[in-house]
Design a protein around this ligand. Structure first.
Ligand code: AVI
Length: 340
């Protein structure tokens, strides 16, 4: 497939797969390995210990997250899908050719709604960007079968770092579903949005999913499901650290906790030591002690109001073109353009 892309400066890209309809390139080049040691050393020696939430998503964590998305308490995925179903034809009416880019693509469920509404799918090049090569590969192959005229240019990449590698010779619709933006702190959120804005031309559009503020009991149930899948997802981060850094965390010595901090407008997930714990992190030559009840902060999940969302996008240099939501106003899909 002919795609005129400008490789990111100083980044090596390996082509994993290429044929006439699909190309998958790898921009990661062992970044994950390099970063995790630094991230964990910093996080577990801080006064409030933390592990960055991006380490949830090894293949088991990605599988657990897929299970979370289907839980009755976790309203986000099905609400966003329902909004997308209603909004897809409006969104795609203005985008009948170009690159359909999906940041953090995972499964292809949401983008299929857009492709189904595309007037001419043969004129669209779908660009999934994901750190998981296997998820990207499986989702891409499935799409090629479902849409026989579609072209796919996949990037195994961390979209927080490799945005500059996206091709820019055609109009782009960049999608960022699932309220993943809420998992970034304010500084990183702005940094990510700014880098998307720098990439965008005046005709490009950015479609972003946002989870909205709602009553505490609904939010807290969504992150404390009855089957304990979210607890498994949270604890899996310790297995990732064990595997990658030769550590000896025992996940049974920690309890999953998740609560809504109303003042900050966000759900926080932590792992709380249920006894005094001492952990050896072999590859870092580091021993970390946890007092009983001390927590490791693993995730923030920001919840937005219309005002806070407007403030955020304006600050990043974006303007709202269209705002789609459900009847309860629980989730929003916002179509953005660069402010000129
Ligand atoms: C990926 N992200 C939007 C999810 C969320 O709701 O913040 C991750 C998650 N954490 C616990 N459950 C789901």
């Amino acid at each position: 497939m002919q795609v005129e892309s400008e490789p990111a400066k100083d980044k090596i890209m390996n082509t994993i797969l290429t044929s006439d309809r699909i190309e998958i390139v790898d921009c990661m080049c062992d970044d994950f390995q390099g970063d995790i040691g630094i991230d964990i050393a910093m996080g577990l020696t801080a006064s409030q210990k933390y592990i960055p939430s991006r380490y949830f998503y090894d293949s088991h964590g990605s599988h657990l997250f897929e299970l979370v998305c289907g839980l009755p308490e976790y309203y986000q995925t099905r609400t966003e899908l329902a909004i997308l179903n209603d909004a897809a034809s409006f969104i795609m009416a203005g985008f009948d050719t170009g690159y359909l880019i999906e940041l953090g693509s995972g499964s292809n469920r949401k983008v299929r709604t857009l492709l189904d509404a595309a007037p001419r799918p043969q004129d669209i090049c779908y660009m999934p960007i994901d750190v998981s090569e296997s998820a990207l590969f499986d989702a891409s192959i499935e799409l090629l079968e479902l849409y026989p005229s579609l072209k796919v240019l996949g990037m195994v990449a961390d979209f927080t770092k490799h945005i500059e590698a996206f091709p820019g010779d055609r109009i782009r619709l960049i999608t960022f579903f699932g309220s993943t933006i809420g998992n970034f702190n304010e500084e990183n959120r702005l940094h990510l949005l700014n880098s998307v804005v720098r990439l965008m031309g005046p005709e490009d559009r950015f479609l972003i999913g946002l989870d909205m503020i709602k009553p505490r009991d609904i939010l807290e149930k969504a992150y404390n499901d009855a089957r304990g899948i979210t607890a498994q997802f949270n604890k899996n981060i310790l297995n990732v650290v064990n595997r990658e850094l030769n550590a000896d965390f025992n996940a049974d010595h920690f309890d999953h906790i998740a609560f809504f901090d109303e003042k900050q407008g966000r759900v926080e997930m932590h792992l709380k030591a249920n006894r005094n714990v001492s952990v050896e992190i072999g590859k870092l030559g580091l021993n970390v002690h946890f007092e009983r009840n001390e927590t490791i902060h693993t995730e923030i999940c920001e919840k937005f109001s219309r005002e806070s969302a407007e403030r955020m996008v304006l600050q990043a240099g974006l303007e709202i073109k269209r705002w789609f939501t459900d009847s309860r106003g629980w989730f929003s899909l916002v179509e953005l353009a660069r402010t000129l």
